[in-house]
Design a protein around this ligand. Structure first.
Ligand SMILES: NC(=O)c1ccc[n+]([C@@H]2O[C@H](COP(=O)([O-])OP(=O)(O)OC[C@H]3O[C@@H](n4cnc5c(N)ncnc54)[C@H](OP(=O)(O)O)[C@@H]3O)[C@@H](O)[C@H]2O)c1
Length: 392
């Protein structure tokens, strides 16, 4: 206190001393120190200058350097389409390989001769996938029953893979679930925690345990984020957030790892799988199959065949792509999100919401159009129009 009292009139000093909650600790008063006032003014000045300078600097830097950079990337892209990683004999660990995208990623890697560690909770389904992988070219496949929302399971799948194969080259963080309910419908919001636990933490845990082995092999992480990481689809708020968290997490790791471990972030639109067949986490925290909810969410979007998507992901990863988005046109939705977010919100409200405050189970505009026109037959693959769901 002794170092500032001479700066204040005595009356104010006494007022502060007796009436403020800071009066007893001399360090708390240091906010009034003259050097702090100067620092604050300097910071305001620096921020003011940056506010003025940053926009034109960004504009002119982009104008100058972006065109040659895009041309350079185009040339590198052509080179990569010719020279891509040979995965034959290397080891790939895939989480969520019992159905959908993960299952078909396993087939893609198998057809290129990779050894596989397949993980999910439905073991008998995994064994069927493993058998097919062996038939189409994988020299060795192991199956690991695990729940990626538990850190000890994630450690076990990495340990079992490395103990069996002695190495790990690609880690594919694919396991995921989605929720379909609005925030206000969830009486107990903690019922939706599994979405974050599986989608985000499941990938983080597995990555953490795999990193030393991926460093040894100069390996690659492939992570299934989603276009939902930037599209504000209603009823999927926790899912969207989990996918946005993944994208930012792995973009940050890219900086931390440099070229030691490469990263491919995959951001698909709607792809044929059990998820687009209507398998969701309900607001009661149970995995249910709900076709009406699926139609409300998928709406009038075309659903891409899973084989094509898986092929494109593996090709992209082997070419060293940083991002893979399938179908390709979904990339344009990112431009809309950045340049005109209001339009994107408006379209999502129009297509996926009922009247404001209305019952979310009422048909949405998009679903009504879908039902009347029968457009599902064109937009959705046959497999997700059937009620058959693989069980263990
Ligand atoms: N389909 C799409 O339109 C789409 C779009 C964008 C992103 N994605 C993402 O792609 C990934 C794959 O999904 P999908 O569409 O192929 O759906 P899917 O057919 O339902 O596959 C999900 C996979 O994750 C596994 N899984 C779920 N919870 C798990 C847990 N706790 N521990 C271990 N494995 C678990 C499932 O196996 P078990 O049930 O046997 O454990 C299954 O193999 C997900 O991350 C999803 O978010 C999908």
């Amino acid at each position: 206190m002794q170092h500032f009292h001479h700066l204040l009139p005595l009356s104010q000093f006494h007022h502060l001393k007796h009436n403020t909650p800071f009066a007893t600790t001399s360090s708390s008063f240091s906010v009034f120190h003259p050097t702090h006032i100067h620092t604050e003014a300097a910071m305001d000045l620096i921020n003011g200058v940056l506010n003025l300078v940053a926009p034109p600097f960004t504009f002119f830097t982009m104008l100058l350097f972006l065109p040659p950079w895009i041309f350079f990337k185009f040339c590198i892209g052509i080179l990569r389409s010719v020279i891509s990683e040979n995965i034959s004999g290397k080891v790939v660990l895939i989480t969520g390989a019992s159905s959908g995208i993960g299952e078909h990623l396993a087939y893609e890697y198998a057809s290129r001769g990779a050894c596989l560690a397949l993980c999910a909770r439905r073991e008998s389904r995994l064994r069927e996938v493993a058998d097919r992988c062996r038939r189409i070219g994988s020299p060795d496949v192991i199956v690991i029953r695990a729940d990626v929302s538990h850190a000890h399971d994630c450690k076990r799948i990495v340990d079992e893979t490395v103990n069996h194969f002695n190495r790990l080259d690609h880690l594919v963080n694919n396991a995921g679930i989605s929720q379909v309910c609005m925030l206000e419908e969830a009486d107990d919001i903690t019922n939706l925690r599994p979405v974050m636990d599986i989608n985000f933490w499941g990938s983080v845990y597995t990555t953490k345990f795999a990193v030393p082995h991926l460093r040894n092999s100069s390996g690659r992480i492939i992570v299934l984020s989603s276009s939902a990481s930037w599209i504000p689809l209603p009823r999927m708020s926790i899912y969207n957030a989990s996918k946005a968290a993944l994208a930012q997490f792995y973009d940050t790791l890219r900086v931390e790892f440099g070229s030691d471990i490469k990263i491919t972030v995959v951001t698909p639109g709607f792809i044929e799988s059990e998820l687009t067949q209507g398998k969701f986490l309900s607001h009661e925290g149970k995995l249910v199959v709900d076709y009406d909810a699926r139609d409300m969410q998928v709406n009038l979007s075309p659903v891409m065949k899973v084989e094509r998507c898986a092929r494109s992901i593996v090709k992209g990863a082997l070419r060293g792509e940083r991002y893979v988005t399938e179908p390709g046109w979904m990339k344009m939705s990112y431009v809309w999100k950045v340049l005109w977010p209001e339009a994107m919100e408006w379209i999502n409200r129009l297509m996926c919401m009922t009247t404001v405050g209305g019952d979310s189970r009422d048909d949405t505009f998009g679903k009504k159009v879908l039902d009347i026109s029968g457009a599902q037959n064109i937009l959705y693959p046959q497999s997700i129009q059937s009620s058959e769901m693989k069980v263990d």
